[in-house]
Every structure is written in structure tokens, then in C-alpha cells.
Write a protein that binds this ligand. Structure first.
Ligand code: TPP
Ligand code: MG
Length: 584
């Protein structure tokens, strides 16, 4: 740490950002933090002005997910800050090291009900890993630094709350070097027990989660999988946690995931959950398969000890870093006789067979076959969503990053998204908010400007998020948004179809031309009506990205709908009052 020196609190804040390698801060300008904003350029920080603060926090999230570095955003006290709430909750469940800076009403008027005043700490208390409150201007650098350290240590949002008068004055401040704590492989005895279980396994399967991505553990995961001859499933919405082109890759679990992955996991006698909390939604039965192997011995490795054994019973819990733990397990297993060695060739054959069966099924599964879907597709000239997703998958450039929103078509896309590199897929994770994907890909693009960047968004969710087209045009951020125009909030309409006798309420959408809207914003827009037009449209849009141009590809698709999201959580309606008798 450099010795303390005289500076202003704004300088202490900005110097702390610089010390943490911050180069981008997302937000909307506000008087509360103008004194710090003024010196951003001199510190090498680009302020990225957005259309809505929710966009800023999502962009910070996308930036963090694509780069592994902090994503940072800032807003005006009161309404600017409350606009952050949804995005902070989303970043919390995406395990994103985001630092969101929340200037607060002045310390001398707090509690008097002045202007833009609300208590800013309680609002975020359950969706942050750390909340730093600058209670005295002298502590600006210390508390700001702690926010950066904790966001990285616990991989989640940290709030830096600053009464707005504390940006001014003269302080003595020392700018701390970032404190990065490296987590080891975990308890040696637990690792030894895990190695013994894996050595005794006849059908080991690995579930690779977000922890593999965050720990940069791909090589170690491959090494361990190859040593064991184990199939590797991606945990739900982490399709980039293991290279899809690897022979042992089985594909994603969870909603609209890979049947191959599910069938292989179902056979496991030992499961190694590597860097995954095994979230409850991600392991629910799908495609009519109740695939979680209830009698398997589960070894779970997670960097957050509180996740161990939380959702699924485990035989061994290892509190450690996915990369270090995978390497340690490989070390412990090297040269040991493996019970699964004898059946290795049969297992590899089994993996290949399940995968090609699933591929064939996907290729033949050009449209949905339930009565509702057949009915709506029969009278439509539009593309079937599944065919469209397959064509998109084939058209995506190598190394593409894809963010996905919450919706029926985005969820079906889970079967059609494969990646060879980590930090490629940015789905709206467990918080599941519509409107996530577009701003997130904007942030990811700024973090990885040379990678092609795509957002998959339903037309309903597009209405929530499209205002950030302004940001793309103004700031020359070049991404491609694929909007699925089915003129409905489809995922919810599916519940009306399955549970509410097709009594539709608020699910049908009347859309303008989304391509025309994009052009009005100063972006490119193209309406895609035919499968054959997808590949050239994607190619042109990807090329436009390098010129800082965003393109909206409006996919005209039928209203057919895949399996519902929450079959687990809905019941057929039961009414007791005469008035509502027919509502069953
Ligand atoms: C912010 C928010 N509001 C509401 C919901 C509930 N919801 C989940 S999926 C969905 C429908 C999505 O429709 P669309 O984006 O058009 O995609 P589609 O299902 O038609 O493919 C809604 C409204 C949500 N998840 N998030
Ligand atoms: Mg829709």
C-alpha cells in the first residue's frame, strides 16, 4: 500500500477503481457523483451512459461474466439506485463480481425527507455479498477497496453506499492494492475420500457447473474426465462449462436440456458435482425423465461451503476451488487402479450412442407436437421455433458469446447452444428476469470486443429491454439481437394452455415492426421470414458488429410452444364460489 496522502474523497474513490483495473463504469449521469465522474477520463475510465439504470447493472453483470473482472455501475441517489434492484438480484444469482456504487442523500439531511431520499442499504441487504457504507469521507478508499475485494472473494454483488456530501473535502487516504485470496483444493481427507469413491466407480459422471468457469478449470476438468473416462454434463444454463466438441461432453442438464446428458447421468453410481450448487430447478425431471440418480454417491465441490449438501444429499463435500480440487483429484487418482477401467470402452461407446441418438432426435424434432402447437402452426406461414433455433445454431460464428433471456423459445434454445470456450453463455440465471439478455450482451461485448456477441430475446422481454438500443447507437456498441417474434408472452401463455383451458389474459402481443424500430433507433434491423435467410442475416449482422453497429434480427416464428417452465409449480385450478364455477 502506498503511504497515505492528501486527496479529495472523489479522488480516493477513482484511484481505488483504477487500482482494481476498472476501465468501464455503466450508469446514468447524476449530480450526486459528478465530482468523481469529472475525473474518470484522467483515470482511464470510460463512463458508459445507458438508457435505464437496470441496463447499467445488467451491463456490469455481462461485463463481469465475459471477463472475470469486476463489472461496475453507478446511479443517482434515490430513483437511480432503486432502478438497480432487479439487476442486482440477477447478478447475485449469476455469481457476478459486480460493484454497484450508490450515492445516497446527504448525511446532514438523511431522515428529513428531502429530495431523492430512501434508505439504500436495506433494499439490497438480501441480494448482495457485501454492503460497504462510507460513514465518514476519510474512509472512502478503505471501504471502496473492501467492496472490490469482497465482490471477488464471494463472487457476487457488493454495494458501495456513499452519502453524497462525502465526495467532497480533504482527506488523507492510502490506496490499497487489491486483496485477492486464492482458495485451495480443500480438505485433504475429503479429497482422499472423494478419490476413493471415484476409483471405485463403475459409471462415474461429472456435472460441471459455473464454478468450473469462474475458476478457469476447463483444462483440469478435461484432465479428470479423461482419466476417469467419465461423461461430463453441463449444469443448467452453463453450457460453456465443458467444451461441447469433446468426446466426453454429454450436454446440458435441466429445462430443455440434453436427453443424452440426462440418460447418462441416470446411470451414474458416483457423481462428481464440480463447481455447482446443484440448484433445485436445474435438476428437475425433464422430457419425462426423472434422471437424478438417487442412489449414486455424490461428491460435491464448491467454493461456497454453504452450498455443500444444500439441495442434494452428498457423500463427500469439498470446500474448495474447482480448478485446484480437480487437479488434486487427478493427482490422487493417477496410477490408482480404477474400477471403471474395465468398462471404459463400453462407457465411451454408450456416451457416443446417447449423443448421436439425441442429435438425431433434435434434427427430426422440427416442430412441437402437442395439440395447441399443431393447431397454431397449421395456419401459419412462419418458421417453426425449433427449426429456426437449429438454423441459428449452425449459423453462429465460432467463439460467439450468446446471452439468453427468459421465455419459451429462449428456453428451448438450451438444446441448441454449444460452446467450446468458457465465458460464452450468459443466460438469465436463477433470478429469471425477462429483459436480462440484451443489456448483458452489451456489457459482455465491451469486455470482449473481438468476440461475436448475440442476445436471444423473446418479443415480450424485448419490450422490457429494447431501450438500450439507444446506448448501442450512441456508444457504438455492436451486438446482434435475435428477437423471436411470436406475438405473445409465450412461456406464460403455455400455462394458460395447459392449466387454464386457454383462457388468455395479457399474453397476446401486438408488435410494431421490430426491425423498423431498430432502424428508428439508429441501429440495423432485418425481418427474417425464412430458414434459408438466417445464415446470411447472421453473417451480415456479425460483420456489422466490428463497425460498432447493432442489428436486430426479427425472427418471424409460429406461436407453437415447447414444454412449460414450471410444470412443477402449477396445479389445475379448483374453485369453490359459484361466481367462479366456470373458471376451471
Ligand atoms: C421481469 C419479468 N416479468 C415477468 C416474468 C414472467 N415471465 C416469464 S416468461 C414470460 C414470457 C416471455 O415472453 P417472451 O419474451 O415473448 O418469450 P416467449 O415465451 O414468447 O418465447 C414472462 C412474462 C419474468 N420472468 N420476468
Ligand atoms: Mg414471445
Amino acid at each position: 500500500m502506498k503511504p497515505p496522502q492528501k486527496m479529495g474523497p472523489s479522488e480516493a474513490l477513482v484511484e481505488t477503481l483504477a487500482a482494481n483495473g476498472v476501465t468501464h463504469v455503466f450508469g446514468i449521469v447524476g449530480s450526486a457523483f459528478m465530482d468523481a465522474l469529472d475525473i474518470f477520463p484522467a483515470a482511464g475510465i470510460r463512463f458508459v451512459p445507458v438508457a435505464h439504470e437496470q441496463g447499467a447493472i445488467h451491463m456490469a453483470d455481462g461485463y463481469a461474466r465475459a471477463s472475470g473482472r469486476h463489472g461496475v455501475c453507478i446511479a443517482q441517489n434515490g430513483p437511480g439506485v432503486t432502478n438497480f434492484v432487479t439487476g442486482v438480484a440477477a447478478a447475485y444469482w449469476a455469481h457476478s463480481p459486480v460493484v454497484f456504487i450508490t450515492p445516497e442523500t446527504g448525511s446532514m439531511t438523511m431522515g428529513l425527507g428531502g429530495f431523492q431520499e430512501t434508505e439504500q442499504l436495506p433494499i439490497f441487504s438480501r441480494i448482495t455479498k457485501y454492503q460497504g457504507h462510507v460513514n465518514n469521507a476519510q474512509r472512502m478508499a478503505e471501504i471502496a477497496a473492501r467492496c472490490f475485494d469482497r465482490a471477488m472473494l464471494e463472487l457476487g454483488p457488493a454495494q458501495l453506499n456513499i452519502p453524497r456530501d462525502f465526495f467532497y473535502g480533504e482527506i488523507q487516504a492510502a490506496i490499497a492494492a487489491p486483496l485477492r485470496i486464492v482458495q485451495g483444493a480443500g480438505d485433504a481427507a475429503a479429497l482422499e475420500r472423494a478419490a476413493t469413491l471415484l476409483a471405485g466407480a463403475s459409471f462415474p459422471v461429472i456435472v460441471a457447473g459455473g464454478g468450473v468457469i469462474n475458476a478457469a478449470a476447463t483444462a483440469e476438468a478435461i484432465g479428470l474426465a479423461e482419466l476417469l473416462g467419465a461423461a461430463v454434463c453441463n449444469s443448467y444454463l452453463h453450457n460453456d462449462s465443458f467444451p461441447a466438441s469433446h468426446a466426453l461432453a454429454a450436454g446440458p442438464l435441466g429445462y430443455q436440456g440434453s436427453k443424452a446428458a440426462m440418460k447418462l447421468l441416470a446411470q451414474a453410481d458416483v457423481v462428481l458435482a464440480l463447481g455447482t450448487r446443484l440448484g433445485p430447478f436445474g435438476t428437475l425431471p425433464q422430457h419425462g425423465l426423472d434422471y437424478w440418480p438417487k442412489h449414486a454417491q455424490v461428491i460435491q465441490i464448491d467454493s461456497d461451503a454453504r452450498m455443500l449438501g444444500l439441495v442434494k444429499p452428498i457423500a463427500v463435500g469439498i470446500h474448495g476451488d474447482a480448478r485446484a480440487a480437480a487437479a488434486a483429484l487427478s493427482g490422487l487418482l493417477a496410477g490408482r487402479p480404477l474400477a471403471g477401467a474395465a468398462s471404459r470402452a463400453a462407457r465411451l461407446e454408450r456416451i457416443a450412442a446417447e449423443k448421436s441418438a439425441w442429435e438425431a432426435e433434435l434434427s427430426a424434432w422440427t416442430h412441437e407436437r402437442d395439440p395447441y402447437s399443431l393447431e397454431v402452426a397449421a395456419g401459419s406461414k412462419h418458421m417453426h421455433p425449433r427449426e429456426m433455433l437449429r438454423a441459428l445454431e449452425q449459423a453462429l460464428p465460432g467463439e460467439a458469446m450468446v446471452s439468453t433471456d427468459i421465455g419459451n423459445i429462449c428456453s428451448v434454445a438450451n438444446s441448441y447452444l454449444r460452446f467450446d470456450k468458457p465465458r460464452s453463455m450468459f443466460a438469465a440465471m436463477s433470478f429469471g428476469n425477462c429483459g436480462y439478455a440484451f443489456p448483458v450482451i452489451c456489457g459482455a461485448k465491451l469486455a470482449a470486443p473481438t468476440r461475436p456477441a448475440f442476445a436471444y430475446v423473446g418479443d415480450g422481454a424485448w419490450g422490457i429491454s429494447l431501450n438500450e438500443l439507444l446506448t448501442c447507437a450512441r456508444e457504438r456498441i455492436g451486438v446482434t439481437v435475435v428477437v423471436f417474434n411470436n406475438e405473445q408472452w409465450g412461456a406464460e401463455k403455455k400455462n394458460h394452455v395447459d392449466f387454464y383451458s386457454r383462457r388468455y389474459q395479457g399474453v397476446n402481443l401486438v408488435n410494431p415492426s421490430w426491425a423498423g424500430v431498430a432502424r428508428a433507433f439508429g441501429c440495423e434491423g432485418l425481418t427474417v421470414e425464412r430458414l434459408a435467410d438466417i445464415e446470411p442475416a447472421v453473417r451480415t449482422a456479425a460483420r456489422a458488429q466490428s463497425d460498432g453497429k447493432t442489428t436486430v434480427l426479427e425472427m418471424m416464428v409460429t406461436q407453437e410452444l415447447g414444454d412449460p417452465f414450471r410444470r412443477d409449480a402449477l396445479s389445475k385450478p379448483v374453485r369453490y364460489l359459484e361466481k367462479y364455477r366456470n373458471y376451471v
